[in-house]
Write a protein that binds this ligand. Structure first.
Ligand code: CUA
Length: 316
C-alpha cells in the first residue's frame, strides 16, 4: 500500500512539473520518442532472443559429431554475425532517417544567450530583450540561435525538443516547435557551476495573435511613471547592471527588467514572481541562490525597499 502511495505521489509530482520527454508536445520531442520506442522494442526482442538461446544452449543434449559441429558453426555465424549486423544496421538507418527529419531552419528567429545562471532572450525582428522566458507562437518553427557568455550550458525543454549546447565562441541552432499552447518547463542540462540546478526557464507557446500582442507589448519601453522608484533603482546601483528601457537604467550585465512584472518567475525560474519573494531577492538574493552575480543590497531602508518593490511590480 505504502509503495503504491509513493508511486502515485511521484506520478502526480511528475505530471505537474510538465517536463516529461515521454509526453511530447512538439515535433522534435515526438521524433525522439518514436526513435526511443523503436530502440526499446528492438533491444527487448534482442534480450528475449538471447535469453531463449541461452536456455537452449543450457538444456540441449550434445552429440559431438561432425554434423553437429557444422550446425554449431552455422549457428554462430548467423546469430553472432549476421543477425547483429542486420539489427545494428537497421537501427542506424532508422536513426539517420530521424536525424534527416530534423528541420534545419525556422520561419522566426530568437536569440538565447546563456549566463551563469540565467537566460537572456532576444527577439531580433521586434528588437527587444527579455529573460528566462521564451514565448513562441504555436505551430511555428522557431529557430533558436544559441550562444554562451561564459561556460558551456545546455538548453533543454523535454516536452518540445532535444538538448542543444550553448558553447562560448560558437553559435548553435535549434528549431523549436510546439504543437499545443501551454507553458513548458526548460532547464540547463549541462553542469555550469554552483547554481546549475537553478538555471530554469519557461517556454510559453501561445496562439499566433496572443504571441503578437505579447511581443508588441514587450517591444514598448516601460510605461511606468514613478520617479521615486527610478531614483532608487539608480541610487542603489541596480541600474549599473539592469536595463529598464525608457529610463536611464541601461546596464547590460543582468536581466532586462523593462517588463519584469509580466514574467511568471523570478531568479531564473526558481521562484514565483510575487511581492514577498521579490523583496527577499532584492535585499539578498545570495541567501536564495548562492553564487549568482547579484550582490546583496545592504543600503536599502525599509520604506525604500517598499517603494522599489512597488516600482518593479508596476513594470508590466
Ligand atoms: Cu547553465 Cu547548467
Amino acid at each position: 500500500m505504502l509503495a503504491w502511495g509513493v508511486v502515485a505521489a511521484l506520478a502526480a509530482a511528475c505530471s505537474s512539473l510538465q517536463q516529461g520527454s515521454l509526453a511530447p508536445k512538439g515535433a522534435g520531442a515526438q521524433r525522439q520518442l518514436d526513435l526511443f520506442y523503436v530502440s526499446l522494442w528492438a533491444s527487448t526482442a534482442v534480450v528475449l532472443l538471447t535469453l531463449g538461446l541461452l536456455g537452449y544452449a543450457l538444456f540441449r543434449r550434445r552429440r559431438d559429431d561432425d554434423e553437429e559441429r557444422f550446425r554449431d558453426t552455422r549457428f554462430i555465424v548467423s546469430f553472432g554475425v549476421v543477425i547483429p549486423l542486420v539489427v545494428l544496421l537497421s537501427m542506424m538507418v532508422v536513426t539517420f532517417a530521424s536525424l534527416a527529419g530534423e528541420p534545419q531552419r525556422g520561419t522566426m528567429e530568437v536569440q538565447v544567450v546563456a549566463h551563469q545562471f540565467w537566460w537572456e532572450v532576444f527577439y531580433p525582428e521586434q528588437d527587444f530583450t527579455t529573460a528566462n522566458e521564451v514565448h513562441i507562437p504555436v505551430g511555428t518553427k522557431v529557430e533558436l540561435v544559441l550562444e554562451s557568455d561564459d561556460v558551456i550550458h545546455s538548453f533543454w525543454v523535454p516536452e518540445l525538443e532535444g538538448k542543444a549546447d550553448l558553447v562560448p565562441g560558437r553559435t548553435n541552432r535549434l528549431v523549436l516547435e510546439a504543437s499545443e499552447p501551454g507553458t513548458y518547463r526548460g532547464f540547463c542540462a549541462e553542469y555550469c557551476g554552483l547554481q546549475h540546478a537553478n538555471m530554469l526557464f519557461l517556454v510559453i507557446a501561445q496562439p499566433e495573435a496572443e504571441f503578437e500582442e505579447w511581443a508588441a507589448a514587450q517591444a514598448r519601453p516601460a510605461a511606468v511613471q514613478d520617479s521615486r522608484g527610478e531614483e532608487l533603482f539608480e541610487e542603489h546601483a541596480c541600474a549599473g547592471c539592469h536595463t529598464i528601457r525608457g529610463t536611464s537604467a541601461d546596464g547590460d550585465f543582468a536581466p532586462d527588467l523593462t517588463h519584469f512584472a509580466s514574467r511568471e518567475t523570478l531568479g531564473a525560474g526558481i521562484l514565483p514572481n510575487e511581492r514577498g519573494q521579490l523583496a527577499g531577492w532584492v535585499v539578498n538574493s545570495q541567501t536564495i541562490k548562492p553564487g549568482n552575480e547579484m550582490p546583496p543590497i545592504t543600503t536599502l531602508e525599509p520604506d525604500e525597499l517598499e517603494a522599489l518593490v512597488d516600482y518593479l511590480e508596476k513594470l508590466e
